[in-house]
Write a protein of this length. Sequence first.
Length: 388
Amino acid sequence: MAGMGDHGAGAGDAGRSLLDDWREALAAIERALRAEGGNARAEVYVAERAALRLRDALSRRLAREPASAESGGLRSALSQIDTAIGLISGVSYPAAGRQHQALEQARDILLQLGAGEIRGLEAQSYGAEFAAPAASQRDAAALGGTPPARPVESVMPDPARTDVYTPSARTSQVFHRATNTVARVSLFGGLLLLVALTLSGARLNTSAFKTNQYASVAQPVPFSHQHHVAGLGLDCRYCHTSVENSAFAGIPPTETCMTCHSQIWNQAPMLQPVRDSFATGQPIEWNRVHDLPDFVYFNHSIHIAKGIGCTSCHGQVNEMPLMRKVAPLNMAWCLGCHREPEKYIRPVDQVFSMDWTPPANQVAMGRDLLKKYHVDTTRLTNCSLCHH
C-alpha cells in the first residue's frame, strides 16, 4: 500500500483526537466494503492512514511512560491496532473474497477496541478534557445540572480466544496475494511431473529406440534375404545349418557363399570381401542383429522342434533387403508367448515357411499341437528355464 511508508501525522492532522482517527478508520473501512474499483482502494488508504495515526499517538505515549500504570492497556491496544493495520495494508483488491474478509476482520478488531476504550486512552494521553470525569460530575451536581455520562468502557477481548486471522504486516507486504495459489500449483504440478517422467522413462525403456527395432544393420557384405529367400527360394537351413539340432542357428562359412558365387557374380566389386575371405581363410565378421544378454539362454532347436516358426521371432525375413530386428526380444515379449503358446505354435512342417498364416481356429489348433508335441506349459514361465 502507498501509505505504509508515511507513518507520521501531517500538518493537516493537527488538532485531531484519537477518537477522530478511530472513527475515520472505521468509516473508511465501511465505505471500502461497499465501494468498488479505485474508490474502494482510496478508502482503504484513508483507513490505513487513520489507523497509523492512532498507532503513532499511542506509541509516543508508551515511549514517554513505559512503566506507568496504564502501559499494559496501551500495549494491548497497540497490539490490536497493529493487527488491524496488518490486515488493511495487505488489501489491494477490496472486492476479492479473502481481502474483503480481511477488511471485515480489521473492522471487527477496531469495534472490539471500542469508543470507550479510545476515550480512556485519549484521557491518559492528553489529560485535559477527559482526565477527571469524577470532578466534572461533582461540579455539575453542585451547579444543579445533569452530570455528564461516564464513558462506557468495553471489555478487552482475550487475544488467545479471539477468532481473528492475524498475519504479520511485513508478511502481507513481502508475499504477493497469489503466493498460496502458486504454491499449490507447484506441489500438484511437481507430483504430476514426477509421474509423467516415471511413465515416460518406462515407455522409453521398451520403445524401439531402446530395443533397436526396425533399424537395418550395415554388414561387410550387403547380403539380401529378400533376394535369396523370396527371389531364389533358398531354405533357411541352407545357410543356418545347425538351427534344428543346436542352440545356435549358425552363420554360414565363406565356402557356402562361394558355392554359387565362384560361378556367378564372381567379379562383382560388392562381393570382393567374400572372395578375400575365401582366399585368406579369414572369416567375414558379420554384425549381430539379434543379440540376447549373456544371462539369457535361448535354444533354437527346441523352438523349431515344438513348432515355433522363424517368422514368429525374426519377422518376414523374405521381405528384408538388409536384416533388421522386428521383435523387442525383451523379457515381457518372451513371456507373452510362454504364457499363451497356443496363439503362436504351428505345425512342425510349416516352421520354415515364410507364407504360413494362423488359421481362424488358431487357439484350438494350438492347444491340440501343444499336446501332440508334449509341450509342458507348467514350466514355460519357470525362471530357471531361460536363466540357468
